[in-house]
Design a protein around this ligand. Structure first.
Ligand code: FE2
Ligand code: FE2
Length: 415
């Protein structure tokens, strides 16, 4: 009887050691990649249970497939590792309604829970573990006396349940806080949202993908709510504007200082979508102005913010200035550049700054704070897609004309 219980405690101790080694591995990896000390895993203490469970699974597999060649063993281990990580990701998403890790941007991933690249690394680590680490740990643990093993295992079990209970409570509280933010987003200030999220700083550092998941959900909710509300208004106003140029004096008065500024006039020199940035921002500003006025919002700030939303003076497709964003990063970085330029040459208020900085939302994760910013962001997308389509049509027509011209020439020669 004594021996059986000692055996059980012995396994508990092994589990504790492997949870701790897993934690250590993650600390090293994460602290290096995130360039700051990170306490990984959802427990507060230095243990990650999935590593303990994984270690036991690998030990059992090694026992069964001991005599097998390395290659088939690699595949068996790989499959087991994939199933285990997938189940852990799937279950944590089902239970906590949160995605603790997300590989959806990696190639060959399965619903973001597993990806080929990391599964191969885990498999290799599993093989290294059973071949070198586990035998050595067994040797060391065998040297411990039974009383010590029993005491250490009991202390660990008590500690583990306490930590586990508090950690699950913390994760549940986080999920509730996130649900609250989803619902009350428009009634909360940025500071209030930041304060709520700050309470869960450790969890967000331990699972960086959690931020992305939360942001994406907030964005998706807001976007679908706004889409159904704004689209009919856009269509009505665009129809009204069809074929007409801006005529309101008030509109011109609001933006007069910007329109005359020599730095702003330089936007005429930069090609954008199908004309110049100057023409694009003008169209976005006028459409946004009309919609803001229709909705009885701050249409002056809307017009000014919209006019300055793409105030960047470089050709994003083609430039060789090292400090400016290249093609790929332009979408993410130009709002901040435009805001800096706007601040440098004009005095802009909070709303105008928000309009400029958030006009690429939801590409830039933090959602706008003002209704006016959403209007500009939608107007920009609405008109940009129209401009792209027009430019595309123009190019196709040009290509067709060229082809027809060529055909005519060869026909003439043939005659
Ligand atoms: Fe833009
Ligand atoms: Fe734009």
């Amino acid at each position: 009887m004594w021996n059986d219980t000692v055996n059980l405690f012995y396994y508990v101790l092994l589990f504790a050691i492997y949870c701790f080694l897993g934690w250590l591995l993650e600390v090293i990896y994460r602290s290096i990649t995130q360039r700051t000390f990170v306490n990984p895993g959802f427990l507060f203490g230095p243990f990650i249970p999935i590593y303990g469970l994984g270690a036991f699974m690998v030990i059992v597999l090694q026992h069964i497939f001991q005599g097998w060649h390395f290659v088939p063993r690699f595949f068996v281990f790989g499959l087991a590792v994939i199933i285990m990580e997938y189940m852990a990701g799937f279950l944590s998403e089902k239970i906590f309604k949160l995605k603790l890790w997300d590989y959806s941007e990696s190639r060959f991933n399965l619903q973001g829970h597993v990806c080929l690249h990391f599964s191969m690394i885990w498999t290799l680590l599993a093989l290294i573990f059973v071949t070198f680490i586990h035998p050595e740990v067994l040797r060391q643990v065998a040297l411990l006396n039974d009383v010590f093993t029993k005491t250490a295992a009991i202390v660990f079990m008590v500690y583990f349940w306490i930590d586990y209970t508090f950690s699950v409570m913390s994760l549940t509280a986080f999920r509730k806080a996130v649900a609250y933010i989803y619902e009350e987003y428009f009634n909360l200030s940025s500071v209030e949202i930041e304060d709520i999220l700050k309470t869960f700083q450790r969890l967000r550092e331990a699972f960086p993908d959690l931020n992305k998941y939360v942001n994406q959900n907030i964005n998706r909710r807001i976007k679908s709510r706004l889409d159904s509300f704004l689209r009919p208004i856009y269509e009505k106003i665009v129809l009204e504007m069809e074929g007409r140029r801006p005529f309101e004096e008030e509109y011109y008065e609001t933006i007069a200082d910007i329109l005359q500024h020599e730095e702003f006039l330089k936007l005429k020199d930069y090609f954008h979508h199908n004309s110049s940035i100057y023409h694009h921002v003008h169209d976005v500003a006028y459409l946004s102005y009309r919609i803001s006025k229709y909705l009885k919002l701050d249409y002056r700030s809307t017009a000014r913010g919209a006019l300055l939303h793409d105030f960047f003076l470089y050709d994003w497709r083609n430039h060789d200035v090292p400090d400016l964003p290249r093609r790929k990063f332009h979408g993410l970085e130009h709002p901040a550049i435009a805001a800096a330029n706007a601040k440098k040459h004009f005095s802009i208020n909070d709303m105008e700054e928000d309009i400029i900085k958030k006009h690429m939302w939801p590409l830039t994760f933090i959602p706008p704070k003002y209704k006016e910013s959403y209007i500009v962001s939608f107007a920009d997308k609405y008109l940009s897609s129209k401009e792209f389509i027009n430019e595309y049509k123009k190019r196709i027509n040009r290509y067709r004309e060229k082809k027809a011209h060529k055909r005519k020439k060869t026909n003439l020669r043939g005659d």
